[in-house]
Design a protein around this ligand. Structure first.
Ligand code: TMP
Length: 206
């Protein structure tokens, strides 16, 4: 049992393999005897999954970036309250597929919303919660979109220019906070990438 909860997030452009890697890490940590909670954003609770549907529905292609940002934040407020904070209080390792960095990269760096405004709203909905460690799985935006496949959701349908800005936004976030954000190239062999993730995660699990 950990002395206190640990919050680990996975980030990256579309098709970067976050979901695969976050689930593999959770399985590994469970086998090591840790209590682990895996969840995702937007989603992870009944209300947040409903908001996810609105956000990703291609029929909502006219959505304003302000509306988009606030809906991601609304979904976040709910998952933080219902799942993430209780998990951390129970001294679990909470692994979340995306968190506030995604809003900075997508709605901020790519969507043009003020980064400070995003930071302030995130501070309110997360009650100041920050990940202990973030794995940024980096991939060329075009390659990632190809990997993500054909049935494209509203976000995946945005232009390649937008997705390049997302990728560069993530890399800027990592540059600003190198202690927390570990950048790994996602084009490498899955086993090798996962090995590095496990090694880094184990270092903070005590
Ligand atoms: P997913 O594909 O990782 O499940 O994420 C759903 C989409 O939502 C993905 O295109 C990234 C996007 N997203 C944002 O634009 N802002 C956010 O704050 C989050 C959490 C996700």
């Amino acid at each position: 049992m950990l002395k206190q909860g640990l919050f680990i997030t996975f980030e990256g452009p579309e098709g970067s393999g976050k979901t695969t890697h976050s689930k593999l890490l959770c399985g590994f940590l469970r086998k090591k005897g840790f209590k682990v909670l895996h969840t995702r954003e937007p989603g992870g609770t009944l209300i947040s999954e409903k908001i996810r549907k609105i956000l990703l529905d291609p029929k909502n292609k006219g959505m304003d970036v302000g509306c988009e940002m606030l809906l991601y934040m609304a979904a976040r407020a709910q998952i933080v309250k219902e799942k993430i904070l209780p998990g951390l209080e129970q001294r679990k390792i909470v692994v979340c597929d995306r968190f506030t960095d995604a809003t900075l990269a997508y709605q901020g760096y790519a969507g043009g919303m003020d980064l400070k405004v995003i930071d302030n709203i995130a501070g309110i909905v997360t009650k100041g919660l920050k990940p202990d460690m973030t794995f940024l799985l980096d991939i060329d935006a075009r390659l990632g979109l190809l990997r993500a496949g054909r049935a494209k959701d509203r976000m995946e349908r945005k232009s390649i220019l937008y997705h390049n800005k997302v990728r560069n936004g993530y890399l800027s976030i990592a540059k600003k906070d190198p202690k927390r954000v570990k950048v790994l190239s996602s084009t490498g062999e899955i086993g090798q990438v996962q090995k590095e993730i496990r090694k880094a995660a184990l270092k903070i699990c005590h």
